[in-house]
Design a protein around this ligand. Structure first.
Ligand SMILES: Nc1nc2c(ncn2[C@@H]2O[C@H](COP(=O)(O)OP(=O)(O)OP(=O)(O)O)[C@@H](O)[C@H]2O)c(=O)[nH]1
Ligand SMILES: [Mg+2]
Length: 399
C-alpha cells in the first residue's frame, strides 16, 4: 500500500466523524450566520482540536467570509481546509546530519516509543544508515527484550545493560560505541513509567545532560511520542515533558483507529512543536514522515468521503434487505404453523366425525340386525304353526 493510501486509511475515522460532521452541519444551514460559526466551533472542540485552536480557526473564518463576500455555507469547507493548511506550516524532517546523530525518544508508558524506534531502525537501515540503539528503559527486563526483538528484526546494533541499571550509563556507553564503530544514528529508548513522575523526569533530564556532554556538536533530536487516542491530554503531556528536555519534534502514534486525528492541528498550533513522524499502524513500515499537505488532503479527501458514504448507504440497503428477508421468513414460518394447526384440527374433526359415523353405523347395523332377527323370528313362527296345528288344526278346520 502506498504512503498516501495508508494515511487515507489511517485517517478514516477522523474523516468520518470530524470532517463529515462539519459537512453535515454546513449542509443544514441555508445562510452564513453567527449560529453557524458557533456550532462549527463546538464540533471542532469535540473533534479534539482544542478550544484555543477551534476559536482561532473560526475567527479567521469570519474574517475570510467577510473579506471575500461569501454567502453560501457550502463554500465554508474549502475555507476551513485553507486555514488548517496554513496553520500547519512547513514540514520539518529529522535532523540526522552528523555522524553520529543522537535521537532521544521520550513519552509516557504505552505511547509507542519502543515500537516507533523499531520502525525507525527498519527505515534508517533501508536508507543505508548504520544504527545503534541504547536500551535505556532499564525499568523492566521485558522492555529490553522487546527492543532486542525489534533491533534483531532490522539488523541494527543494540547496547544493553542489566535490568535496573542506570539508564544514563547505557546512553553513555551507546554514544561511545557509536563513535568507535562510526555509526550514523544512535537512538535511545527510555522508560515511560517509574514509581513516580518526579523520578522519571529526573532520570530523563540526566540522560539529556549525558547526551549534551558526550555528543557535543552532534545533531540531536528529542522526540516526544504522543498517543493520538489520548486526544487533548497529549497536549498536556507535551507541556510536562518540555520541562525536562527541549523537545525538537513530536511523533504522533496510533492515528489509525482513532477519530482524534484533529489533535495534530492543535499540537502544531498550540505548542509550536513540529510533528515530525506519524504512526498509522503497528507494523514495521507503519511510520511516516509527517507531511502537512498530505495530512490535510487525506483529512478532507472528497473521493474517499463519497466512497465511505456510498459504502454506508450500501450497508444500510443490505441491512434493510436482510431485515425484509428475515420478516418474510418469519411470516412464512407463522403461516406454515397456522396451516399445520388447521390441518391438525381438520384431522381431529375428521377423526371425530369418522368415529361418530362409525358409531352411528354400528348402532344402525345393530338395529338392522335386531329388526332382521325379529323379522326372521316372526317369519319362522307361522311356518311352524301349520306344522303344530296340522294335526289339531285339521280337525278344527273341518269342524
Ligand atoms: N495501532 C497502532 N498501534 C501502535 C502504534 N504505535 C504503537 N502501537 C502499539 O502501542 C502499544 C505500546 O507500544 P510500545 O512501543 O510498547 O509503547 P512504549 O511507549 O514503549 O511503552 P513503555 O515501554 O511501557 O513505556 C503496542 O501494542 C504497539 O503495538 C501505531 O501507530 N498504531
Ligand atoms: Mg517501551
Amino acid at each position: 500500500m502506498g504512503i498516501f493510501s495508508k494515511l487515507l486509511n489511517g485517517l478514516k475515522k477522523t474523516r468520518d466523524s470530524v470532517v463529515r460532521g462539519w459537512r453535515r452541519l454546513l449542509g443544514s444551514f441555508t445562510k452564513i450566520d453567527e449560529e453557524l460559526f458557533e456550532q462549527l466551533e463546538e464540533t471542532m472542540i469535540m473533534g479534539d482540536m482544542g478550544a484555543e485552536t477551534a476559536m482561532q480557526i473560526c475567527d479567521r473564518l469570519r474574517d475570510m467570509v467577510r473579506e471575500r463576500g461569501i454567502t453560501d455555507p457550502n463554500d465554508i469547507m474549502g475555507l476551513i481546509q485553507e486555514i488548517i493548511t496554513d496553520m500547519m506550516g512547513e514540514d520539518e524532517a529529522l535532523d540526522l546530519s552528523t555522524q553520529p546523530s543522537v535521537v532521544l525518544v521520550i513519552g509516557v508508558n504505552g505511547a509507542g516509543k519502543t515500537t516507533t524506534i523499531g520502525k525507525m531502525c527498519h527505515q534508517l537501515k533501508n536508507d543505508g544508515k548504520r544504527v545503534l540503539v541504547a536500551a535505556a528503559d532499564t525499568f523492566r527486563a521485558a522492555a529490553i527484550d522487546q527492543l532486542a526483538v525489534w533491533t534483531e528484526r532490522s539488523g541494527v546494533e543494540l547496547v544493553r545493560h542489566a535490568e535496573g541499571s542506570d539508564p544514563a550509563a547505557v546512553v553513555f556507553d551507546a554514544i561511545s560505541a557509536a563513535k568507535a564503530r562510526h555509526c550514523d544514528v544512535v537512538i535511545c529508548d527510555t522508560a515511560g513509567r517509574l514509581h513516580n513522575k518526579k523520578n522519571l523526569m529526573q532520570e530523563l533530564a540526566k540522560i539529556n545532560r549525558i547526551i549534551d556532554r558526550e555528543a557535543e556538536g552532534c545533531a540531536k533530536e528529542c522526540l516526544l511520542v504522543l498517543d493520538a487516542t489520548t486526544g487533548q491530554n497529549a497536549v498536556n503531556q507535551a507541556r510536562l515533558f518540555q520541562e525536562v528536555a527541549p523537545i525538537t519534534g513530536i511523533v504522533l502514534t496510533k492515528l489509525d483507529g482513532t477519530a482524534k486525528g484533529g489533535i495534530v492541528i492543535s499540537i502544531k498550533n498550540e505548542l509550536g512543536i513540529p510533528v515530525k513522524l506519524i504512526g498509522v499502524g503497528e507494523k514495521i513500515d507503519d511510520l511516516q514522515p509527517f507531511a502537512a499537505k498530505s495530512f490535510v488532503d487525506a483529512l478532507f479527501d472528497r473521493d474517499s468521503a463519497a466512497e465511505e458514504t456510498a459504502e454506508e448507504s450500501a450497508k444500510t440497503a443490505d441491512e434493510a434487505a436482510d431485515e425484509a428477508a428475515e420478516t418474510a421468513d418469519e411470516a412464512a414460518d407463522e403461516a406454515a404453523e397456522i396451516a399445520d394447526e388447521a390441518a391438525d384440527e381438520a384431522a381431529e374433526i375428521a377423526d371425530e366425525t369418522a368415529e361418530e359415523i362409525a358409531a352411528t353405523a354400528e348402532e344402525t347395523a345393530e338395529e338392522i340386525a335386531e329388526t332382521a332377527e325379529e323379522t326372521a323370528e316372526a317369519v319362522e313362527e307361522p311356518a311352524e304353526a301349520p306344522k303344530k296345528r296340522g294335526f289339531f288344526g285339521l280337525f278344527r278346520k273341518k269342524k
